[in-house]
Design a protein around this ligand. Structure first.
Ligand code: C5P
Length: 397
């Protein structure tokens, strides 16, 4: 309920991405916000006022000169009511109008009259976005303290590929919530892996391990508390994640690696907590292998990619943290992994001790960097996670 008691004013302008506005409203409301919506006339060509009224639970505001609307909640009242103003999608035309301080529409007038924090999620054709006029307007608005979210790159409604897509609603909400945060990891994006992976042999059988995911989920939770934007890439586990976490569920190590590499494009920190299966089947059967068909079990295995080592070698500017589950000579073995995988930090624990092993609620670890080794005595995994992140934030800030 991050936006509990917060008043959010959403401006919707005329772009294809206006269909995503309903989801933006839904996510804000889910986090406790009261949401009111201003629509421009062209926005109504893309999504109906009725839809946004139904989702927000409030009447739509669309006119500056309507006496009835003004007497219900006038533009100055609306401007004062808002704690946060988000314009999503925001067209090139609206960006230009805001830059020039135009007040000939309800949206323009409210923006001028409001002291709220303003966020803009642009959406337009890539050439319109890259045009000098839009870029100059964008830079002017940045200098005025307006925060831009996106535009994202990708395929556009017109078929072009490039920057201009509206950012996805969940990302918009995460970025706004983290911008109000002042924790030690505020404005950092962290990608965490957790749980086991499953390597299918056939549609019903797989190789996996006993990882419960508890340590990784605790790291993700502590990272949210510390103000970060968090991607949690999780193998199959029986845990619920905080709704502020961007949870991506995967099965195999290959799927995990793909999601990690994608998330790392926009991440500052990687924490590899997953117990990635070391091996996968060389030949996954499309049909269930019949017991009768195998006289002896002869499964060909091959090594999985080392996701952690791959992140460290590909994303050199990221801060990369690994976990090492050891059964003997814990610190020295972990230190070898720190060096061989080229990590910034490794957290080791002794999995031969059942009280702090795979499925336990508690852990006891050593935090190891190239020059230091710090012992954290046995404690709840969430407290251990907070200490690990505190220590890490001192290193990166
Ligand atoms: O080499 P080892 O498996 O002991 O290293 C453990 C660390 O490496 C953990 O952080 C784990 O998440 C990561 N790892 C990985 N991909 C693998 C194997 C391990 O990311 N294939």
């Amino acid at each position: 309920m991050y936006f509990r008691n917060k008043n959010i004013l959403l401006g919707v302008t005329g772009g294809v991405a206006a269909y995503k506005s309903a989801e933006v409203i839904r996510l804000f409301k889910k986090q406790g916000a009261d949401v009111r919506v201003i629509m421009t006339e062209s926005a109504k060509e893309f999504i109906t006022p009725l839809t946004l009224q139904a989702v927000s639970g409030n009447e739509i505001h669309d006119s500056l000169l309507d006496t009835k609307a003004e007497s219900a909640m006038g533009h100055i009242e609306l401007a004062k009511w808002a704690d946060i103003i988000l314009i999503a999608p925001c067209t090139a035309e609206t960006i230009a109008k805001i830059t020039h301080g135009r007040a000939d529409s309800l949206m323009g007038a409210v923006l001028l009259a409001s002291n709220a924090d303003i966020f803009i999620a642009p959406a337009m054709n890539m050439n319109m976005w890259l045009d000098d006029s839009t870029q100059n307007n964008y830079k002017t608005l940045l200098k005025r303290g307006i925060t831009f979210i996106g535009p994202a790159e990708g395929e556009q409604a017109c078929g072009d590929i490039g920057p201009g897509r509206m950012e996805e609603p969940d990302k918009i909400i995460n970025l706004i919530s983290s911008s109000f945060n002042s924790g030690p990891l505020a404005n950092k994006t962290i990608t965490v892996t957790a749980g086991p992976t499953r390597e299918q042999l056939d549609p019903v059988r797989f190789i996996s391990n006993n990882s419960s995911g508890k340590m990784g989920y605790s790291i993700a939770e502590a990272a949210i508390e510390a103000g970060a934007i968090v991607n949690l890439i999780s193998g199959p586990v029986a845990l619920n994640a905080n709704s502020k976490i961007n949870l991506i569920k995967v099965n195999s190590a290959n799927e995990m690696q793909e999601s990690v590499m994608d998330c790392m494009k926009t991440s500052d920190i990687f924490i590899g907590c997953a117990a990635v299966s070391d091996f996968k089947s060389s030949d996954i059967s499309d049909t269930k292998i019949k017991k009768e068909d195998i006289s002896k079990i002869d499964i060909q295995l091959e090594k999985n990619e080392d996701i952690l080592a791959n992140v460290a070698s590909k994303y050199k500017s990221a801060y990369v943290v690994g976990f090492a589950a050891e059964t003997s000579d814990v610190v020295n073995n972990a230190k070898k992994k720190l060096i061989s995988k080229n990590l910034d930090m490794i957290v080791s624990n002794d999995v031969s001790d059942k009280a702090i092993g795979f499925d336990a609620d508690e852990n006891e670890v050593n935090i190891i960097t190239k020059n230091e080794s710090i012992f954290l005595k046995r404690d709840k995994k969430i407290r251990i996670a907070r200490e690990i992140l505190n220590f890490m934030s001192l290193k990166i800030n």
